[in-house]
Unconditional design. Sequence first.
Length: 304
Amino acid sequence: MSWRTVLIKDGEYLKLKLDNVVIFKEDYEYVIPLSDISIIVLEGLQTTLTTRLLSALTKYNISLVICDHTHIPTGIYHAYNGHSRASKMLQKQLLWDDGVKGVIWTEIIKHKIKNQLEVLRLNEASPEAVEKLRTYIQEIQHYDITNREGHAAKVYFNALFGNEFSRQNDDFAINAALNYGYSIVRAQFARLTVAYGLVPMIGVFHKSEYNQFNLVDDLMEPFRPFVDSWVFQNMQDAKFLTFENRVALVDLLNKRAVYKKGNYTLGVIMEKYITDFIQFMETGDFSKLNNPVLKSFEGAKSEV
C-alpha cells in the first residue's frame, strides 16, 4: 500500500528509472520507489519531469498535484482508469438510487459536523457553539434539505477563528493553510476513487457540470476537520504559509486516528472509508460506513 507524499519545492528535475522516481537537486540524487508513493506535490515553477515518468505515475495510480506561485494547489493529474472492471463500476454508479444517495449524504454531513464539534471541544472553544452543533446534528433531515451543514459551518469557523473570519479572504494565512490541506486530502481521495473503479465526476450530492471531482468533494467532507484542527493549533499567529507548514500539512496523511476500532494513518482510513462507502451503496447496510474519529487524531496536536 502506497503511503508516501513527496513535496517538490524548487527547480528539481524528475525522471523515471526502472520503477523509481529519481529526483535531481543540485549535486544530489534522491531515488524513491513508485510503489511507496501516493501523491507528488509540485511547488517549484521551474521543475521539469519526463513524459515517461508521467506515464508511470498513472500506472501506479499516483496523483500529481500542481501548485501556483503562491504554493496553492491548482490542478491534479491522475490516472484515467485505475481499475480492471471500471466499466462495470460505472454502470453501478449510474444506477445508484436517489433515496440511497440521500441517506449517504445525510450520514456524511452528520460525520462532518460531529468532527467539527470535536475540533471545538478539543480546543476548548465556545460551549454555546458546541451545543449549537450538537443541535444541528439532531436536526439534520434527509439530504440535509434545511442546510444544517451551512449553519454549522458559520458557527464553527466563527468559534474557531473569530467572528471576523471569512473563508473568502485568500490572503489570510489561515485560509491559505486550510486550502492547502484540503487540496492534499482531495488529491488522496481523487486517486482512491479511480483506484476503486469509481468515476470522480459522478457525485452523490455535488453535481456541478464544471467539476470533475464531485464524488471526491462528497467523500472528503468528514475529513476537512482533521485539517482544521491542525490549522487552529499551528497557524493562529502566522503571517504566511511557510514551507515547514506545508510539509506538516502534507504529513497529516501519515498521522494516526481511530476508524472502526482500529488505529491507522489518515491515508489508510481514507481508503477504508472508500471501500465502506462502496459496500454501503451496494447493500444499503448502515453498519458499513463509520465516522473517522477526530478526537484520537495525532495531527490535532500543536507542533510548536
